[in-house]
Design a protein around this ligand. Structure first.
Ligand SMILES: C[S@@+](CC[C@H](N)C(=O)[O-])C[C@H]1O[C@@H](n2cnc3c(N)ncnc32)[C@H](O)[C@@H]1O
Length: 440
């Protein structure tokens, strides 16, 4: 649908501003295509057509067309509760949604801009519904969509945890695009068989944008996942961090669900020097290892993430977790956590690091060996895989729904998520001499 000529201008800005906006929009679209975020002519066309700045009035044009989010609403404590999402991620997720002309599409989390992009993709014979829990957001979205000529979008105010049944088309939506951080996927029934659902799913605190196809009532991913971040889900599907503080240490442990986390007996462990178990596995300074932490989260019972107060004077956590919480496991009064140690400059001069595991407490070295073994297993068998395959089955259809640890199964409220790691033999040559535990 090419509608640019018939679309009324938002507030009749001066011609030079419109020219600037058009130039910046094409510049952004060029950048997204060059980086591989845009891969089809239809998504490229949508990004070149919809005036992103019209959905962020008052924001300077360069910021509206930067490859970054534009915050649009904040909560009482200053956190961002709504934004125009980052263009690179919108492009990735739109490509993953595989939307065709004539499709009926649901967007969860509104703002207007992405709904307008969806409108361009479904064309005049399709239908876009966008839903948000916040009436201020849906008011803005309705206004902006009307001002930009996309008033055919159906805008609904509701909590996505409880989709109004009357808005779901017979047979379900052809695609559902979730643009808010979600811990679960309660929308399988609203999706047509063969349809696509793209969502930023939270798995043990790690967020991955995942594209699924519905097959026989379950969702299956079939392409690489993208690490991402989105504003938090509100309402009945909100995810509340299970965060416990180890008394007197400045250390916090986080679990993804309500599983009790016994922390009181860990104080002693976290005030003594740890053992260090070397893994022999290395990583480059600029090389992400999100796949490893997702692997460990699924493989190890008692998995949690460990955070330290920035102003804590705890000296045994050395080095402390950098920007993100460390992967950790608890074993009784002992604990192990993943760390990295710089062992050289690397070929690219950006640093070469070895994964090491610190064991805290009397049995910490055993917990560390257990984790180190899984790091090596991941490296040797799965590291070369482009991505794991993720499936989501409705909990009601699973015989043994429960929270007992089954490797690589994440039990949610509505679904059971399984993560299947394809076997790709790694290079044993990359394995350093795996050392034994040593006390520093
Ligand atoms: C990142 S914004 C959406 C961005 C938007 N799709 C765009 O065009 O760029 C996420 C939105 O999700 C909404 N949201 C949060 N929890 C929700 C819920 N339970 N149901 C529906 N919407 C929700 C927020 O109010 C917020 O506006």
């Amino acid at each position: 649908m090419t509608r640019s000529t018939e679309r009324p201008a938002v507030t009749t800005p001066p011609t030079t501003d419109l020219d600037d906006a058009t130039a910046l929009r094409h510049q952004l679209a060029d950048q997204l295509a060059a980086a591989g975020h845009t891969r089809t002519p239809s998504v490229d066309h949508a990004l070149r057509t919809v005036p992103r700045h019209a959905f962020a009035p008052g924001v300077p044009l360069p910021a509206a067309y930067a490859n970054d989010i534009v915050p649009t609403r904040h909560g009482d404590n200053g956190t961002i509760t709504s934004s125009v999402s980052a263009p690179w991620l919108q492009a990735d997720m739109l490509e993953s949604a595989r939307i065709q002309p004539g499709h009926s599409v649901l967007e969860i989390g509104s703002g207007g801009y992405n709904a307008a992009l969806l409108c361009e993709l479904v064309g005049p014979t399709g239908q876009v519904t966008t839903l948000d829990i916040d009436p201020a957001v849906t008011d803005r979205a309705t206004r902006f969509l009307s001002q930009t000529g996309y008033d055919q979008v159906r805008v609904v105010t509701a909590d996505a945890e409880h989709l109004p049944a009357e808005m779901v088309p017979d047979g379900g939506f052809d695609a559902i695009m979730v643009t808010v951080d979600t811990w679960d996927l309660p929308w399988i029934d609203a999706l047509a068989e063969g349809g696509r659902l793209v969502a930023p799913l939270r798995l043990h605190g790690y967020h991955w944008a995942i594209g699924f196809t519905k097959d026989q009532g379950a969702l299956h991913s079939d392409e690489p996942l993208t690490v991402c971040g989105f504003v938090a889900m509100q309402g009945d599907g909100a995810w509340h961090t299970n965060r416990r503080t180890v008394p007197g240490t400045g250390v916090h442990l986080l679990r993804e669900d309500g599983t009790p986390l016994p922390v009181d007996q860990l104080t002693l462990a976290l005030t003594r020097e740890p053992s260090v178990t070397r893994t022999g596995i290395t990583v480059g300074g600029q090389e992400p290892f999100d796949a490893l932490t997702l692997y460990l989260a699924g493989a190890l019972p008692g998995f949690c993430r460990l955070q330290v107060d920035p102003d804590s004077d705890n000296e045994v956590l050395n080095p402390p977790p950098a920007h993100w919480p460390s992967a950790a496991i608890v074993r009784g009064a002992s604990l192990a956590r993943l760390a990295t140690e710089r062992i050289g400059d690397g070929d690219d001069r950006k640093g070469k690091y070895e994964f090491v595991v610190h064991g805290h407490g009397a049995q910490g070295h055993l917990a560390a060996q257990e984790m180190a073994e899984q790091v090596r297993h991941w490296h040797l068998n799965h590291r070369g895989a482009l991505c794991p395959r993720i499936a989501a089955h409705p909990t009601a259809s699973c015989a043994q729904a429960g929270t007992n640890h089954i490797p690589h199964v994440f039990a949610k409220k509505h679904t059971r998520i399984t993560v299947d790691w394809p076997i790709v033999p790694g290079s044993a040559a990359l394995l350093l001499d795996p050392g034994t535990s040593q006390v520093r």
